[in-house]
Design a protein around this ligand. Structure first.
Ligand code: HEC
Length: 238
């Protein structure tokens, strides 16, 4: 399984430049890029992400800037439409992202220039997931995220604040990368109490089948930040 592969423009070290369309001229400049929506999505390898990636350029007062240039770059295999664009009346730029063909974490880099021509940028993770990880994503949405994700959304109010013992985000690689697959399986199957942890972590052995538990572990490994490196796997440098 190669779900832990880190694919980033910086890491790949291949510095050949893709042919860019004719360069746009910025009508205005900002100082920061923020994500409006569409980061940390899960998509199928080789396919367009379900949602567009929407970025905003702000000035140093935090106001959105219209007519600033935004460009995207990514590891080999990822494609964007467009590759660069000027921000619209709301200071926003919308991109379609087509993922590369390999499962894993992809780090995209959005960049723009300030009034002095200095580049500022933002790293945006997206994920290409296989079937197992998609299963895990669904399990997380249905059962886990209400406690493990402190952020409330319009679809789901987080239960995190009500918990006396706080669980970690599944993306928290500092915690999760140090928990073995065996221990993850045990705590998910038998609950926190079985591992001398809080019983607020419920047992899922009756609710989830083996494939679903393996799926949620594969999903946790996929979204881990810093990235998870499977024991014994050697990554080729180039
Ligand atoms: C009702 C709230 C709740 C739900 C729902 C829940 N958890 Fe937890 N989980 C917890 C709490 C609280 C802890 C911390 C236990 C401790 O450290 O004593 C925890 C801890 C864990 C841990 C150990 C690492 C950590 O974050 O501290 C794993 C692994 C885990 N949960 C997996 C899952 C999975 C997978 C699901 C969904 C199938 C899930 N949990 C659903 C509350 C929950």
């Amino acid at each position: 399984m190669i779900f832990a592969m880190l694919l980033s423009a910086a890491v790949s070290g291949c510095d050949h430049k893709k042919a860019l369309p004719p360069a746009l001229t910025a009508k205005a400049t900002g100082t920061a890029i923020v994500v409006v929506s569409g980061d940390k999505q899960l998509g199928s390898p080789g396919s367009q992400l379900p949602q567009p990636l929407i970025l905003q350029i702000n000035d140093d007062q935090g106001n959105s800037v219209t007519g600033a240039i935004v460009q995207l770059a990514g590891p080999p295999g990822v494609a964007f439409t467009p590759q660069q664009i000027l921000t619209d009346d709301n200071g926003q730029a919308t991109f379609k992202v087509i993922m590369g063909g390999i499962n894993g974490r992809y780090e995209l880099t959005a960049s723009s220039q300030d009034a002095h021509g200095k580049t500022f940028s933002l790293t945006i993770p997206e994920f290409a997931a296989g079937y197992q990880q998609e299963v895990g994503y669904e399990v997380n949405q249905k059962y886990c995220s209400r406690c493990h994700n402190p952020d409330s959304t319009s679809e789901q109010v987080s239960n995190y604040d009500n918990l006396a013992v706080k669980p970690h985000r599944f993306s928290d690689g500092v915690i999760y990368n140090n928990i073995s697959e065996t221990d993850l399986t045990t705590i998910i199957t038998h609950g926190g109490a079985a591992m001398n942890r809080s019983a607020l972590m419920p047992p899922y052995g009756w609710t989830l089948n083996k494939a679903e538990i393996q799926g949620v572990i594969a999903y946790i490994r996929l979204i881990s930040d810093p990235p998870y490196v499977a024991p014994g796997v050697v990554y080729q440098k180039h």
